[in-house]
Design a protein. Structure first.
Length: 267
């Protein structure tokens, strides 16, 4: 079982019972207690659980916002696979927007090599990566102003105003969480408003979120699940979650995680 699939199972169990024990999870998932402790550590770093002696409990704090450097180390295979799939949707010469986030940051290195793009972003890390990628194409890069958050997003009235004067063909949007009723969420109120401005300026909204984001709820919602014309995630998503998302989003795409194969569409 892949780490992302274990994380999904652990989160399903902890939401059902409110707490999990390491010894129960090792028996349920058939892995070592060291593996489970590492899984719980990664979930705790994302603010999804709170570690206690012998296990973990569900965190109730929906306003936890981890820094960019911390988030960039999490779910790397999933983010890479999602980014590769997202890049196949981009047409040379089009105008696109990339929101802040570590998944869109993974996409940025691929975007930098697509010729003729106009790229709008409210992320300082995305802008830096595109500007400094060797072999970058002849893009036009537009960085919004705004106040920088811990996740390297530029948000607030300046960012919102600049975005509302623009129109792009596609928006590639990250999310802190995705939930059946809360929709797409973030722990930052100002970032939620700026994400709404990004959505309003785009003809097509492509949400890029790994499967561990399912069921997580941040402080502020910025769009219903139906906001996504396309949702790209990974195949660690449970069957029930995939079924629900297919009903809500325009199109669900799941990158198959494999060390040998390229990401493929499985749904």
């Amino acid at each position: 079982m892949l780490a992302s699939q274990r994380h999904t199972t652990i989160m399903d169990e902890i939401r059902r019972t409110g707490a999990v024990r390491v010894q129960d999870l090792t028996a349920q998932l058939g892995v070592s207690d060291m593996t489970i402790r590492r899984d719980l550590e990664q979930l705790a770093e994302r603010g999804l659980v709170h570690k206690v002696h012998g296990g973990a409990v569900l965190t109730l704090n929906s306003s936890v916002e981890l820094g960019f450097e911390t988030k960039a180390k999490l779910q790397l295979p999933s983010k890479s696979a999602i980014a590769q799939m997202a890049a196949t949707l981009i047409r040379p010469g089009s105008a696109i927007a990339l929101s802040a986030g570590t998944t869109t940051w993974n996409l940025a290195s691929l975007v930098a090599k697509i010729p003729g793009l106009t790229i709008v972003t409210n992320s300082t890390t995305v802008a830096d990566l595109i500007a400094n990628t060797p072999g970058a194409g002849d893009q036009t890069l537009i960085l919004t102003g705004g106040v920088r958050t811990p996740s390297a997003a530029l948000v607030g009235p300046v960012a919102d105003l600049s975005l509302r004067s623009l129109h792009v063909d596609q928006l590639f949007l990250g999310a802190h969480g995705m939930h059946p009723t809360a929709g797409f969420t973030t722990p930052n109120l100002a970032e939620a408003e700026t994400n709404r401005a990004l959505i309003e300026c785009a003809s097509q909204v492509v949400v890029c979120a790994d499967s561990t984001k399912w069921g997580s709820v941040g402080l502020a919602s910025f769009g219903a699940l139906s906001t996504a014309h396309v949702l790209i995630t990974d195949d660690g998503l449970s069957d029930d979650a995939a079924s629900l998302l297919r009903e809500k989003v325009g199109k669900l795409r799941m990158a198959k995680l494999s060390h040998e194969d390229s990401p493929t569409i499985v749904g």
